[in-house]
Design a protein around this ligand. Structure first.
Ligand code: SAM
Length: 291
């Protein structure tokens, strides 16, 4: 089996399989031998037994996961990597690879069928072009995951882990904090990848909450409210929210004043609790639409 901690062996495996990197699939493979053991150790702290890896590439992280967990299931979209993975992971009986788009995978069924009785987590060096869609897919679908330990672009990590209501916070910040408790673990320089990307990376961990951070009556409408607040950052909350939810501005202004805000407050400064309170104040009351 090739030594995946060694850049010479990695280049040799890739050359032998005549592999060329696909930019559109976000293929920047890890070549720094210290990063994968640290990621796998961080994931192990969630006391998980089963791990889902998204995008194993040639299997550098997978190997570390296979050595620490009972079972590892990987989703790899690029079928050219399957023969490579057969070679690099062939000795690990506890690893299986699915040639599927993770964004179409039913991970609830996977957890019920393949990880019976196990706590399951996700560990991955994410393809950067779909970081937000993957995180939202994992969280919104309420798959039974304990935690999500992933490498993302440094700037994405800064936004995801920002405090809701702070300068760096955006709609993704609010959504992640609603479902999970995010934390930054360590940074990884661009030189740790082949080919080297133009940005540095950060490994983050999202510990999934058993219940969302705040109670809301209608999640879809709650997230529409948040999206409208950040979609028009320069506008006042009354303007952006009334446009986003299709409500008269005077109704939103009154709700804001009732909640103790100035009429001219900007919604980007809201914490999750503030969004939840405004959502509640603007929700149709029971019987309001009954004929
Ligand atoms: N884990 C490897 C490593 O750290 O060296 C590779 C990470 S690379 C940043 C991202 C991987 O995700 C690539 O192998 C790519 O082919 C795969 N990928 C991209 N989009 C995917 C998708 N929608 N579903 C599953 N895998 C995907």
């Amino acid at each position: 089996m090739p030594n995946l901690s060694d850049i010479g062996s990695i280049r040799e495996v890739l050359a032998r399989h005549q592999f060329s990197f696909s930019k559109s699939l976000g293929q920047n493979f890890l070549i720094n031998p210290s990063v994968c053991p640290r990621m796998a150790d961080a994931c192990a702290r969630s006391h998980t037994q089963g791990v889902i890896e998204i995008g194993p590439g040639i299997g550098v992280l997978t190997k570390e996961l296979a050595e620490r967990f009972e079972k590892v299931v990987c989703y790899e979209l690029d079928s050219r990597l399957l023969p490579v993975l057969e070679e690099t992971l062939g000795d690990y009986g506890n690893v299986s690879v699915r040639n599927e788009d993770v964004l179409k995978a039913d991970l609830s069924a996977l957890c019920a069928d393949a990880f019976v009785g196990m706590r399951v987590s996700v560990c991955a060096n994410l393809p950067y072009y779909i970081t937000s869609p993957i995180l939202m897919y994992l969280l919104e679908n309420r798959f039974p995951l304990s935690c999500i330990t992933v490498m993302v672009q440094k700037e994405a990590a800064d936004r995801i882990c920002a405090e809701p209501g702070s300068r760096l916070a955006g709609a993704l910040t609010a959504a992640v904090h609603y479902y999970a408790v995010p934390e930054k673990l360590f940074q990884v320089s661009r030189g740790s990848f082949l080919p080297a990307p133009n940005v540095d990376s950060t490994v983050i961990r999202l510990t999934v909450r058993e219940r969302p951070a705040v109670d809301v009556q209608d999640e879809a409408r709650f997230f529409r409210l948040i999206a409208s607040a950040f979609g028009q950052r320069r506008k006042t909350a009354a303007n952006s929210v009334s446009a986003g939810l299709g409500l008269p501005k005077s109704v939103v202004e009154q709700a804001l004043v009732d909640l103790g805000f100035e009429k001219t407050v900007r919604a980007e400064t809201f914490k999750l609790e503030d969004f939840a309170a405004l959502h509640k104040a603007l929700s149709p009351k029971k019987g309001e639409f009954d004929s």
